[in-house]
Design a protein around this ligand. Structure first.
Ligand code: CTP
Length: 446
């Protein structure tokens, strides 16, 4: 198409060589060559193109094919020794390479929405149509990867200009009606890049959340996933403030507000996580977003939180971690900040039943207490992570049996008491543990 060619602004092959890992650049060339062989045109689209232009690293491989994406995918898997999952109805496929790299290939398409917020009806079409159905101009650019045009940027909708001006702008007026989750995306990109949502786009957002009540038409799980993505951003506070400003959090629950108090909690969570990440002890990976989510929900009652977890279909594992804070969090903060001396075994029994995420929220919330109490609680929590959490005893049920007590429910109590003694430094070696267990058995047998 002649008019399409006019939109080629610049060649990005140097930027691609500089910013993309070598194996990704090689892969793109290979996909382009294969596209040539089967007589189709292939383009990288979406976030990778936007980030290339901004000088950020991104290896999200989203390829649009003018031709047949499944044919191209099938032609590639042999050479790559990779697996292919195809969806014929949508003309899409995903390649999974041996190195666990995921490449999404889609036949260029045009979409129409039968009703607002519904899943779209797909019709195969040109690259331009494909790009025009996307969310924002900065995400609607493509880079050709065919042999003779490798690296050519295709920008039909002034995406480069919007990037230069730091503008988040929709492609058309029905964008948020078609897909209301784009409202979250607008805020996410605006705050991530320090951009501004353009005036008209902002009006469209207000119309979609106000008169059109679009959030009522979106599946709660989709809303949940978008909120999680916002909480996964490097600086979620700014995005949440912006959300409060644009449409508040009534779509989750009328009692949720992102006011000063929640902002302070968020900052404290950030500091607690920073300590956790920098500290030197045997750690496990934590879900930082979940701690922020708990902080957002911290003033809700147990029942309200439970209802939200049901409505938004949070995974069971996440529900348990969130509820564990609701059940024990405040009690732990109170106990841990007491000025009187408390033994390690008590600290352990307060924090061990909590998830690490809930424990970090306890740490964050304690740091907001009056100074002396706050720092007491903080150092006790640090001790929990660094010293007590890894403590184990060598005593086993078999040892208790050998000491003469027939298997019975008392075993559990004996093991617990030995653990307490170990934490509090009253026993050290296995011999100490056996001796102490024996004294407990003697007591029981009277
Ligand atoms: N897209 C869209 N509407 C959506 C979601 C995605 O138009 N609701 C399009 C955009 O062109 C986007 C591309 O699909 O760039 C890929 O989506 P995704 O991977 O979710 O987003 P990225 O733009 O890559 O953003 P991020 O950097 O957060 O991954």
């Amino acid at each position: 198409m002649k008019s399409d060619k006019k939109r080629i602004v610049v060649n990005l092959s140097k930027k691609m060589a500089d910013l993309l890992p070598k194996h990704i650049a090689r892969l793109l060339k290979m996909i382009g060559r294969k596209a040539n062989e089967i007589g189709s045109s292939a383009f990288v689209v979406g976030g990778l193109v936007r980030d290339l232009l901004m000088g950020f690293k991104n290896i999200d491989l989203d390829i649009v094919v003018e031709g047949d994406a499944i044919e191209l995918g099938s032609a590639l898997v042999g050479d790559l020794g990779a697996a292919l999952v195809a969806h014929k109805r949508f003309g899409t496929c995903t390649i999974l390479t041996k190195e666990k790299l995921k490449i999404d290939l889609a036949t260029a398409r045009k979409e129409s929405y039968e009703r607002p917020a519904a899943l779209p009806t797909v019709e195969f079409s040109s690259l331009k149509n494909d790009l025009s159905r996307r969310d924002f101009t900065i995400n609607a650019m493509a880079v050709s990867i065919n042999r003779e045009t490798f690296g050519q940027l295709i920008d039909f909708f002034k995406g480069v200009s919007d990037l230069r001006h730091g503008r988040i702008r929709v492609m058309h007026d029905k964008s948020f009606i078609d897909d209301p989750t784009r409202i979250f995306r607008a805020v996410r990109f605006e705050q991530r890049f320090g951009f501004a949502i353009d005036g008209h786009t902002q009006e469209l957002i207000q119309n979609a959340v106000g008169p059109e009540r679009m959030f009522e038409h979106v599946g709660p799980q989709r809303i949940r996933d978008e909120v999680i993505l916002i909480l996964k951003e490097k600086e979620p506070i700014r995005a949440l403030k912006r959300m409060e400003e644009l449409h508040e959090f009534r779509f989750i629950h009328p009692k949720i507000k992102f006011g000063r108090d929640t902002e302070r909690s968020f900052r404290a969570v950030g500091e607690a996580c920073e300590w956790y990440e920098g500290a030197n002890f045997k750690k496990r990976a934590i879900d930082k977003w979940l701690i922020y989510m708990m902080a957002l929900f911290k003033d809700l009652s147990y029942n309200d939180l439970s209802a939200i977890c049901d409505e938004f279909a949070f995974r069971r594992r996440d529900v348990l971690r969130m509820l564990s804070y609701k059940v024990r969090g405040e009690k732990s903060i109170k106990a841990l900040s007491e000025t009187r001396k408390i033994p390690p075994s008590r600290i352990y029994s307060l924090l061990n039943p909590l998830s690490f995420e809930a424990t970090l929220l306890v740490m964050a919330m304690s740091s907001l207490l009056e100074r002396r109490n706050g720092s007491l609680a903080n150092s006790r929590i640090k001790d929990f992570f660094q010293k007590y959490n890894g403590v184990t005893i060598k005593l086993k049920g078999d040892d208790i049996k050998r000491l003469g007590l027939k298997p019975c429910p008392r075993y559990k109590e004996i093991l617990r008491k030995v653990m307490v003694a170990k934490l509090d430094g009253a026993v050290r070696t296995k011999t100490d543990e056996l001796k102490y267990a024996k004294s407990l058995i003697d007591e029981i047998c009277g």
